[in-house]
Design a protein around this ligand. Structure first.
Ligand code: GAR
Length: 215
């Protein structure tokens, strides 16, 4: 069983997609062992509770400084003994110490086709606002491994989504979620749970089941 900790900050629709696909068997050999939020009011924590998954809040407001917050966050993650940490709308920059503690074991979903519209300041609706201002015709979502820099780690999965005339940031955000994010993130977890993902430098390779059989 792949032990997965999911980190969230808000509504938790990506968390829900994961919970649903673990529950219905689409994502196999996976257990969501803990959900961690930096925001005590995140609806994602209610989604965790409804699914019978332990929810933990580690809010920066409870700590004297960033260092103490980072320490508590890492402790909450490691205590759950995860094989994989999934950032599902977690709007906190991951401290280098956590990346070092869990090398190639943290993945993130970002609502654009990296390396476009990513990095500092690009999160949530801001990404879709920037996409619409730039006038691109295609956007999408990316699942990538987390390294020391923001949105820069090895890319695992991407899916393009069309921008349509009349889109608002909210409409586009919803389309990207429905057509890309809710599909990509569970699939990424599934591939990792099946042992089919290899990371080499900045690249990832997905083995098909046959290759895996051959070793
Ligand atoms: C998602 O669109 C996710 O890709 C984005 O926040 C949203 C969270 O929604 N993440 C980022 O922008 C990270 N840079 P959710 O809470 O409903 O899953």
């Amino acid at each position: 069983m792949l032990r997965v900790v999911v980190c969230v900050s808000g509504g938790g629709t990506n968390l829900q997609a994961i919970l649903d696909k673990v529950a219905n068997g689409t994502v196999k050999n996976t257990e969501i062992v803990r959900v961690i939020s930096n925001n005590p009011n995140a609806y994602a924590l209610e989604r965790a509770a409804k699914a019978g998954v332990e929810g933990v809040c580690v809010s920066p407001k409870e700590f004297a400084d960033r260092e103490a917050f980072h320490e508590a966050l890492l402790a909450a993650v490691l205590e759950a003994q995860p094989d994989l940490v999934v950032l599902a709308g977690f709007l906190v920059a991951i401290p280098p110490r956590m990346v070092a503690a869990l090398p190639s074991r943290i993945i993130n979903i970002h609502p654009s086709l990296i390396p476009s519209f990513c990095g500092v300041g690009y999160y949530g609706l801001h990404v879709h606002e920037a996409v619409l201002s730039r006038g691109v015709k295609l956007t999408g979502a990316t699942v990538h491994f987390v390294d020391e820099d923001m949105d820069s780690g090895p890319i695992l999965l991407q899916k393009a989504v069309a921008v349509e005339e009349g889109d608002t940031p909210e409409i586009l955000q919803r389309r990207v979620m429905e057509q890309a994010e809710w599909e990509l993130l569970p699939r990424a977890i599934s591939l990792i749970a099946e042992g089919r993902v290899r990371v080499e430098g900045r690249k990832t390779y997905i083995m098909n089941s046959d290759e895996e059989m051959k070793g």
